[in-house]
Write a new protein. Structure first.
Lengths: 78, 400
């Protein structure tokens, strides 16, 4: 995993309290990792904080899986 | 555990830990012991997943802890749709999530609105204590909360009993919870001149109801939750019945935002209403668990109780457990209702600590220093709150 992916994974584990082996790129926050809609809002905030980016609401709505987050941040975090 | 320590005459007051207190007028409080080396220490992880704890203020975790224990003790696990819809919750808090509000206000100022967590609101709302309890235990009946400052816990139990009497539920999980010990609230209550400030070096001496050297209350924290149940429903399932709620009275002072009316009329009317509802005479009361906060208001309450019982004063016993555990604000009435019930169960009345020199003469036994073994058939518990809001509960021993 890339550095960004590792950092994303760490945040997801911390916020959702899930086992690290479950946090794969294809994992959906809601369907696979037990998040609810408020958890996903908080996750996006944590990504913003960690990577120093602003994730607009319309972009946040497309971040449904760990992989979605990693690819958004690889493109936009800098 | 708390009950045992209270009967032993222990005080929970210490210098506050966990935050800077050197610049506060009051630097002491009755904080829940969290150090695992202390007997009976509280570990929040026993009651709520750490991941969930992060989203809520302590008052919600305290309520979860108390409700879990109460429901387990009552052996009530509503599982069918009918059991769930006939079981409700009514847990209040005086202030709710002050710590979280303080922290979020700082985030808003320092980092801006986009950094406010989606869990900020649902983790601070007062009724989310009951909301969380209802979700965990499947309580689909009435879902209510009370906010009446220091009368909250008593009003919650009284109102819940009425919901049962009215037929809205068979079982109510009721009580109060509070986690007020933070800089903001110690500063705020000190500004109201409500807190003890001259015993920072002798915390265990600070809460001294009725004593002439009292100078304000000591803040406490925690939750008290009881399971109330319609009598026949409880009997039918063979539930252990600790006591019966036979009276509940409410009144308002309509006098001042923080001080009780000096003639004690609000307290008197409140207790009288509870006795009327209970159908018992004032002289039938064995024990009063007083509001007794260790402030000037103690003597006003005492005067109201004397007026209530008249020449039966010499047969009455009254004590303030706030001398041991401090003032739990919105949880106080519920916790003290539980102590009243335990006094009935165990035939022993908890002491009023630090009552070295009573500030007034009375024929009522104020149980100075040491617990008093005695039969208690009927106990009355008083709670009075800022805003002039008063509640009294009357409990009776159930014939074995």
């Amino acid at each position: 995993m890339s550095d960004i992916a590792e950092r994303v994974k760490k945040i997801v584990i911390e916020h959702l309290g899930v086992d690290s082996e479950k946090v794969v790129l294809g994992a959906s926050f809601i369907d696979d990792l037990g998040a609810d809609s408020l958890d996903t809002v908080e996750l996006v905030m944590a990504f913003e904080e960690e990577f120093g980016v602003e994730i607009p609401d319309d972009a946040a709505e497309t971040i449904l899986t760990v992989g979605d987050a990693v690819s958004f941040l690889e493109k936009n975090a800098g | 555990m708390t009950w045992k320590k209270i009967l032993e005459g222990q005080s929970g007051a210490r210098r506050v830990t966990g935050f800077e207190s050197d610049d506060l007028a009051c630097q002491i409080a009755c904080q829940i012991p969290r150090d695992p080396s202390v007997e009976g220490a509280y570990n929040p992880d026993d009651w709520m997943d750490p991941k969930e704890q992060r989203k809520v203020d302590d008052f919600i975790v305290y309520a979860m802890a108390a409700a879990d224990q109460a429901l387990a003790d009552a052996n009530w696990k509503p599982s069918t749709y009918d059991e769930q819809t006939r079981s409700g919750v009514l847990i209040g808090s005086g202030i709710g999530g002050l710590q979280g509000i303080e922290e979020a206000a700082n985030i808003l100022r320092d980092k801006g609105p986009r950094r406010i967590s989606p869990f900020f609101i649902p983790g601070r709302l007062i009724n989310l204590a009951g909301g969380q309890v209802s979700i965990r235990h499947g309580l689909k009946g009435p879902n209510h909360a009370v906010v009446t400052a220091c009368s909250t816990g008593a009003h919650a139990i009284g109102d819940a009993a009425r919901l049962i009497a009215f037929g809205d539920a068979d079982v109510m999980v009721a009580g109060g919870t509070e986690s007020p010990i933070c800089r903001l609230s110690l500063a705020g209550f000190a500004a109201c001149r409500a807190l003890s400030t001259s015993y920072n070096d002798q915390p265990a001496k600070a809460s001294r109801p009725y004593d002439k050297d009292r100078d304000g209350f000591v803040m406490g924290e925690g939750a008290g939750v009881v399971v109330l149940e319609e009598y026949d429903h409880a009997v039918a399932r063979g539930a252990r019945i600790y006591a019966e709620v036979i009276g509940y009275g409410l009144s308002g002072d309509a006098f001042h935002i923080t001080a009780p009316s000096e003639d004690g009329d609000g307290a008197f009317r409140c207790m009288s209403a509870a006795l009327k509802r209970a159908g018992v005479m004032a002289s039938d009361i064995d024990y009063v668990n007083a509001h007794g906060t260790s402030t000037m208001a103690d003597t006003i309450e005492l005067g109201a109780v004397e007026r209530l019982v008249g020449n039966a004063a010499n047969r009455l016993t009254m004590s303030s457990t706030k001398s041991s555990i401090g003032h739990l604000l919105g949880a106080a009435g519920a916790v003290e209702a539980i102590f009243s019930i335990l006094a009935i169960r165990d035939s022993i009345v908890p002491p009023t600590l630090n009552l070295d020199n009573p500030s007034v003469e009375t024929e009522i036994d104020l149980v100075a220093h040491k617990a008093k073994p005695m039969n208690v058939d009927i106990a009355l518990s008083n709670s009075f709150g800022f805003g002039g809001t008063n509640a009294s509960l009357v409990f009776r021993k159930v014939a074995a």
